[in-house]
Ligand binder design. Sequence first.
Ligand code: URA
Length: 434
Amino acid sequence: MRMYDIIDCKKRGLALTKEEIDFVVQGYTKGDIPDYQVSALLMAIYFQGMSLEETAYLTMAMASSGDQIDLSPIQGIKVDKHSTGGVGDKTTIVLAPLVAAAGAKVAKMSGRGLGHTGGTIDKLESFEGFKVELTEEQFFDNVNAHHIAVVGQSGDLAPADKKLYALRDVTATVDNMSLIASSIMSKKIASGADAICLDVKCGTGAFMKKLEDAKALGKAMVDIGNHVGRQTMAVVSDMNQPLGYAVGNALEVMEAINTLRGKGPEDLTLLTITLASHMLMLAGLAKDVEAAKNQIQDLLSTGAAIDKLKEWIKLQGGDERAVDDFSYLPQAPYHRDFCLNQIGYVEAINAEAVGKAALVLGAGRETKESSIDLAVGIVIHKKIGDKINVDEPVATIYYNNEQKYNLATSILEKAYKISDQQIEKPDLIYDIIH
Ligand code: URA
């Protein structure tokens, strides 16, 4: 088999075989095929596209290029959830104990964050003592006995994707639906779940800015998952403004706890109920989505979900007193209200800018090596459609340094667009894809 012929075949719009795709992925991962030939192939794929079959072969070739997690010591259907990423997205911290309390098995690996705030693993470290590394035995025991364990990513998952993604980044071939979908799904499949619930974000604060692109990405990932035998569904949800109100690690944990008490923001509550009920369906634990929703709502109102959160935090060595008393969570030394001195209705909030403001406060990482301050961040008070008056704060900023505060406010000033007309609140859930 020659790389030249494979490039030529795709250049002419022909489909690649499983053997050819395996040859490329294995050869590139080992370093036997040079960057320039894989770059040429990526560009040919970019223009000629790939069929579902080719995309599934590529996904599986990347998924099997490194470690693959074997979750078979856990009984029952293991359902994983993945979000394509957004500002203020703390859904995993709400969802994990919620679906565990409903009887599903949550065996999750999560990442640290790069960008606006930390990832789920960083946020969980807001609980003093919380261990994000467990032995394999502890991990399986916790899930079998208590239905829940969330740990940091370990091992070398889908190294082929890491190498290919880096090459796509410098060859202008990132924004191709088949390549994005196979990249995300290869990591999910290597993580070992039987079923996958995807939250595809759409809007100014998301990777996919346009609804048609977010839907196409959701459909591409669902098709791949189902094609390779992992039951997969996707929710397409709004990211034109931060999810909930809090942006920043410990602040988001507080909001997640309030949500598990049934006192969370409307959008975060609706999204978690939607995702949780579909996860119960995927796990085979509900007869229909309506029944699943009722079950989830009961767990929120009876306190069963919050009890499961406490059990989980304690199991992983964290200080569960923080669930009832937020003074046990990291606290920023200063906070100040932020006003726009305008009257009107919020027309738009640039979620990316709010994320950037939280990042400069120290809530997120500029580079993989940066350290983060779990306490700092922003709590917005006004969302799209809300009315504001002069001197009414649109946000509160939690900070540790005056200079960073000034930088964050200069970014936040430009994040809000105010109209003198009344504005309708946007939808949250755009589509459900099976
Ligand atoms: N996220 C990924 O993991 N891969 C892509 O290709 C794009 C976003």
